[in-house]
Ligand binder design. Structure first.
Ligand code: GDP
Length: 528
């Protein structure tokens, strides 16, 4: 164990969440630069057209400029080995974000200083809270006009319901952005705009209260800063690492990712505050990452990541011990010993074969169609399971029709594979066979992804007819004849892939109607 204890201790695995355009990609790029993982900033993202080049792979993402799938990036910084999990910025993919967060030990929330808490931040943040992990806030774009700093903090506290503790404090913003005051060291790092219009980092450190500060940031700014800090010291929550680790308090950092200002300070503080992989709950109690041999769980499945390969990759998060290429493991849910073939690590759009990995790391393994999301892998002589990953209830439904009915086989293959990835859920009406399939999604953009992927990956063109249903309930009662249930006329009776009956409702009140009309009927929001 000792030989890899240090490897696990130095791991930091986190996800970055943000409303689109808040600066997640730019921040990721700057973090990678510190680790020397890429040489040129432009190789992550250059011109607008090449946006999201590193973390995204699907055409649809490029077209829409949103990040649909999550990818993983690993780099070393000082003594740390960092795994960054990218998440989709759009709320329609919050289920994907949730799964990614299952694989993360903490989250970084990027907020645009001029916009504050935006609607998609709220939805993604809620997902973070469900996971109970530490959340760190990076308030970005201080080089642009920003909202009042206290207002920003208030917004985080009142809208997101988490207490804030600013670790540093901005001095002005936009044209008047002078730098950042570090509350701990009580020192100022000055921000300078370079002459050619491009802003560059140049920092000078002096102590607040010093006469030099007047020269450095101007007397007015010095006065305002002193006042703000006094107010802040009296009003803000004290830093308390336990509260941070419980997800009750978020340390807040200010900066500008684009100009690389405040990013390294953020990274250093963040790394010292967040933890290495912690023990995880399993069916046999907590599994300690260091004192146990290899174990992992599947948090994401993705088919056709690479057109040339047409393969299916299961992403696994290592929870304990060490992984070595070719090792035999027990796939607990499949009750089968398997050898993990071609373990891969995804770095940007390249893949490389990994020889070793440790608790905290994420690797992709070839999936011959045996894995489901949430499955556990452990040593051949063990068979514990990690808690499963719940699925979100779909909120939008559509009927899917093929344009060319000759391509039935490809259609069924495509739609069931995409359903296995967990991106969509599919249902069938009673008495219609597989001719008509109803698809349920959490966010409407997933319909676009489905349509696109069926066409480009499986060569099947489909039409989607939107359905008015918004609520889904599985019928819990065993051996019930669904046809005998009395429901409102706008309620639809369908079954899932396993044949479990369920009801789709247009209005919330129709759920009550069904319960009122059918004595003993038991409904559940989640499938079995
Ligand atoms: P994402 O959608 O959250 O990944 O956001 P991006 O990183 O793609 O950034 C969105 C836009 O904001 C891009 O045009 C960036 O160049 C710009 N941007 C990011 N960070 C900053 C910043 O600190 N200051 C300014 N002025 N612009 C920024």
């Amino acid at each position: 164990m000792l030989e890899y204890k240090n490897e696990i201790k130095r791991r930091r695995t986190f996800a970055i969440i943000s409303h689109p355009d808040a600066g997640k990609t730019t921040l990721t790029e700057k973090l990678l630069l510190f680790g020397g993982a890429i040489n040129l900033a432009g190789s992550v993202k250059g011109r607008k057209t090449e946006k999201h080049a590193v973390s995204d792979w699907m055409e649809i993402e490029k077209k829409r400029g949103i990040s649909v799938t999550s990818s993983v990036m690993q780099f070393n910084y000082k003594d740390y080995c960092i795994n960054i999990l990218d998440t989709p910025g759009h709320q329609d993919f919050s289920e994907d974000t949730y799964r990614t967060l299952m694989a993360a030990d903490s989250a970084v929330m990027v907020i645009d200083a001029s916009k504050g808490v935006e609607n998609q931040t709220i939805k993604l943040f809620k997902v973070c809270v469900m996971r109970n992990i530490p959340i760190f806030t990076f308030i970005n774009k201080l080089d642009r006009e920003a909202k009042d700093t206290f207002e920003l903090l208030d917004e985080i506290e009142s809208v997101l319901g988490i207490r804030t503790c600013p670790i540093n404090w901005p001095i002005g913003s936009g044209k008047n952005f002078k730098g950042i005051y570090n509350r701990n060291s009580k020192r100022i790092t000055r921000f300078y705009a370079a002459n050619n219009g491009q802003k560059a980092l140049e920092s000078v450190e002096v102590e607040l209260g010093d006469a030099q500060v007047d020269t450095l940031i101007g007397k007015d700014n010095h006065d305002i800063l002193s006042e703000e800090i006094e107010l802040l010291d009296g009003a803000s929550s004290d830093f308390d690492l336990d509260l941070v680790l419980n997800g009750e308090l978020t340390p807040v950092f200010f900066g500008s990712a684009l100009t690389n200002f405040g990013v390294e300070t953020f990274l250093k503080n963040f790394l010292s505050m967040t933890t290495s992989p912690l023990p995880r709950e399993s069916s046999e109690g907590k599994i300690d990452p260091i004192n146990n041999e290899f174990s992992a769980f599947v948090f994401k499945i993705q088919a056709n990541m690479n057109k040339a390969h047409r393969d299916r990759i299961a992403f696994i998060r290592l929870c304990s011990g060490k992984f070595t290429a070719g090792m035999e493991v027990n796939h607990v849910q499949g009750n089968k010993k398997i050898r993990l073939a071609q373990p891969q690590q995804l770095m940007a759009q390249e893949r490389k074969i990994v020889e070793e990995a440790y608790a905290g790391d994420i690797i992709g393994v070839f999936d011959p169609g045996i894995f489901s999301i949430g499955d556990t892998l452990c040593m051949p002589d063990q068979k514990f399971t990690y808690a499963g990953i719940p699925t979100f209830s779909p909120e939008h439904f559509a009927k899917v029709r093929q344009v060319d009915t000759m391509k039935r086989k490809q259609f069924l293959k495509g739609i069931s594979q995409i359903a296995q990835e967990g991106a969509i859920q599919i249902f069938q009406e009673y008495n219609t066979g597989m001719e008509e399939i109803i698809v349920g999604v959490v966010g409407v953009l997933q319909f676009d992804v489905l349509k696109y992927r069926l066409e480009y990956e499986y060569g099947v063109e489909v039409l989607l007819d939107m359905l008015p249903y918004e609520y889904i309930r599985w019928v819990e009662n065993k051996n019930i004849d669904v046809n005998t249930l009395s429901v409102s006329s706008d309620t639809k009776k369908v079954k899932d892939l396993k044949g479990n009956p369920l009801l789709l409702f247009v209005h919330r009140w129709s759920i009550q109607t069904a319960l009122d009309r059918n004595k003993d009927l038991k409904l559940s929001e989640f499938g079995r």
